[in-house]
Each structure stands twice: as C-alpha cells, then as structure tokens.
Design a protein around this ligand. Structure first.
Ligand code: MV4
Length: 409
C-alpha cells in the first residue's frame, strides 16, 4: 500500500465515507489533519471534518500572524519584530535592541525547517538570506522575522478543548522537551516543573488564546519556558500523538470529546472538573536505529511480545509477522504508563520496556531505556537540547542496555 493509494488519497477516503454512510471523519494526527484540500473535500460532500475550522488552521500556520493575534489576546510572546524583515539595516538595529543571540525564523516555517540562531551581527545578513531561501524553497513564502533566541528553553504545551457554544477549557500541561530534530520521542504529563499556580496561569493564557481566535475542537498551545517565564510559540490545530498522557492524568477521553464537539454538543467537562492526578509518560516506539542517527528501519517483525499490567497502555499498530512498510512515518506504537508519582511512572515504564520485545527491526526501545537511566532525566532537569547535550552518555548507555538485553534472552 503506497501512500498515494491509501490514506493520503482524499478522493478514495471520501468515497468510502459516502459509501458507508458516515456523516463525519476523524482525520487522525497525520497529514490529513491540517490539510485544507481534505477539509474542502469533506465540506463539498456534506461530511463533517472532526477538527477545527479551516480558518484557524490557516491563521495559526503563519507564525507572524499567529504571534500578532496572541499578543493582541494578551498572551506573552517572545520579544521581536512584529512583521517580516527585509531591510538589512533595520534588521541590524532591531537585533541590537533585542540583544544577541537572536533567531531568524520563517513565518511559514514548521517542523524546525526555516530558522537560524544568530550570535553576532556579522552572521545576521547570511542568516536572513539563508532562512529566506530555505523558506522560499520549502514553503513558497520567503517572509522572515527576528526574535530573541532562548538558548535552553523547555517545551511545555497545554491541551485545549473548545466547543461550538463558546466553552473553552484547558486539560493541563505536557512536557515535550525530549526531542530530536523536532521529532518528539518521550513526553510526560505533567511537566516536572509544574505547580498548581503556574498551571492556572499558563492554562488561562492558553484558554485566552483559543477564545480570541474562536477555536473549536481539541488543540494545543505550545509554550517555551525559560528562566521562570513562558512565551507562546505555536498552536497545533489538531489532536496530537502525545494526547494519551493527558487522558491518563486527567481521566478524560479527548477523542470522544472531539466527536461530541463536532456533533454540536457542549463539552462534558468544566474547568473545575479537570484535576491532574499522578504522572504519565509516553515513549514513542519507532522502527528506527537509535545508534545510527535514528535511520528508519522498516521490515518484518519476526518476534513480538507486548507489555501489560497495571498502569500500562499500549497504542499499537503492529503485531507478529507484520511488515512495516517503507512509505510511512516510522512510529509503530506508543507505550504509555501511569503512576501515582513521577518515580512510579518511570518505574512502570522501565518494567514495560523490559517486557516489550520486538525482533526483526531495530526500534527506539534501547533509547528509551537509556533515557530513563539518565540522572538528569530522573531529576527532571530537561530542556529542548537535552538529547544533543547528553548524546555521548545516552549512546554509551544504549550500548550497555543492548548488551544486558542479550544476556537476558
Ligand atoms: C525558538 C527557540 C528558542 N528561541 N525560538 C523549534 C521549532 C520551531 N517551531 C520553534 N523552535 C524553537 N524556537 C526562540 N525565540 C528554540 C526552538 C527549538 C525548539 C522548540 C521546541 C521544541 C524543541 C526545540 C528544539 C530546538 C529549538
């Protein structure tokens, strides 16, 4: 099954929906979720797309637009240029005012493509030109802007639910700092640094953001957190891969809520119903070789045993003898654990990972085992450069883990 023939074939999906009499489609969290063509195709055929409106997806896709809207809404944003920069002298002046380091970002950017940190004025012109060129090639829009560069921020995001009757709530926070090349690998809820006060404050900002733009459905506001301050980064106008950790700590069903919202129902929860209980961790299990730059490793699964037991949730798309195709994203399952405390959740994840056997393809399981042994991870001392920062330690721990696993076969 090539992508053209299956899940990315919009026409075929619409045909199947019409044939089966479905009046709504959940687009998942892949390419269809924020695809305007898919939204239009659904609308044309009288099928409700379970998700936000095309309007807000479009608005939040442009970084300058979304940042300006959030500033107007009263949500903290990172200091920078309010519009695109083209004049080099003006750019230099602004960067001087902000103070180095600054970052040049493409307004149409995404997935970490089209941004460059700049540490001194000498590098500024080249950074602007190269970011413009990358942006033009990748997004067909060369608009760039400048803002203060935060060197080691945390990525903390807030889950939102909004219905078509104007009710908006936040469903608490997730810490997503463990990323590699802008691919999240391990997420947890709540953030290790979260307090009730900070959650109330950041959550209120996230709600304000959604209210201001008239958001509906499930969504996420991403913040960078640095030095006791938080700043709006981006809004994700879809349900995300890591939503299960939120479900486990808040005892909610986010997909059910999305379906109810699309049906015109009111939210099942009020803000006061959302209480965080315990701690959840998600490890993304990808068919990748973590010791070879996370190169995709598709192929046939020749041995399989899944973990289980208390506090373990496995959302999986694979099984014994399944062949992982080359066409798609390499994520094959999500292993999620819940515990009363962060330490309990870590202990359960370690046990679950030790039970989880996947033979025939290399996976990210050894990477997760190594992370869970890292003293800085255990103490909750995280930032978006964590993996780069501890690369050598993580890699040598992976080698140990793999050797230990072989002994235990
Ligand atoms: C930043 C930043 C530091 N300072 N902006 C990365 C994805 C892109 N959409 C925005 N990103 C960043 N923007 C300022 N002013 C650091 C990052 C960043 C990052 C952010 C979230 C999660 C992981 C990250 C990894 C590297 C850089």
């Amino acid at each position: 099954p090539s992508p053209a023939k299956s899940y990315l074939n919009i026409e075929k999906i619409i045909d199947i929906a019409l044939e089966s009499g479905a009046d709504a489609i959940h687009p998942g969290y892949g390419f269809l979720a924020e695809n305007p063509k898919f939204g239009e195709a659904c609308e044309k055929n009288g099928i409700k797309l379970i998700g936000p409106t095309g309007d807000v997806i479009h608005q939040m896709g442009d970084k300058i637009t979304s940042k300006a809207l959030m500033k107007k809404a009263g949500v903290p944003v990172i200091e920078g240029t309010p519009e695109g920069v083209s004049d080099i002298e003006e750019a230099k002046e602004i960067a001087r005012q902000i103070g180095y380091p600054v970052i040049v970002k493409a307004s149409a950017g995404g997935g970490g493509i089209g941004m460059r940190a700049v540490y001194e004025e000498d590098e500024l012109v080249r950074a602007i030109e190269s970011t413009q060129s990358v942006a033009s090639t990748n997004f067909g829009d060369s608009t760039v802007f400048i803002e203060k560069y935060l060197e080691k921020p945390r990525h903390i995001e807030f889950q939102l639910l909004a219905d078509e009757h104007g009710n908006v709530i936040h469903v608490a926070d997730r810490e997503c700092s463990i990323q590699r090349r802008h691919q999240k690998l391990l997420e947890e809820a709540p953030s290790p640094i979260m307090t009730e006060e900070l959650r109330a404050e950041m959550g209120a900002s996230a709600v304000k953001a959604a209210e201001y733009i008239g958001y509906t459905s499930a969504g996420t506001v991403e913040f960078l957190y640095d030095n006791g301050q938080y700043y709006f980064l981006e809004m994700n106008t879809r349900i995300q891969v890591e939503h299960p950790i939120t479900e486990l700590v808040t005892n909610t069903d986010l997909i059910k809520e999305q379906i109810k919202i699309a049906n015109g129902d009111e939210l099942s929860y009020e803000q006061k119903d959302i209480q965080v209980s315990g701690h959840a961790i998600e490890c993304r299990i990808n068919a990748e070789d973590p010791l070879n730059d996370f190169a995709p490793n598709p192929g046939k699964i020749t041995g399989y045993r899944s973990p289980g037991g208390p506090g373990v949730r496995l959302d999986s798309g694979v099984y014994m003898n399944y062949t992982i195709p080359t066409f798609y994203d390499s994520m094959i399952s999500k292993l999620v654990t819940w515990g009363r405390t962060r330490d309990d959740s870590i202990a359960r994840m370690k046990r679950a990972l030790s039970e989880y056997i996947i033979l025939g393809v290399k996976t990210t399981i050894p990477f997760h085992k190594a992370i869970l042994r890292n003293p800085n991870f255990i103490s909750g001392d995280l930032n978006t450069h964590f993996i780069d920062q501890y690369k050598n330690g993580i890699e040598s721990e992976m080698v140990n883990v793999i050797a230990e696993d072989l002994e235990n076969v």
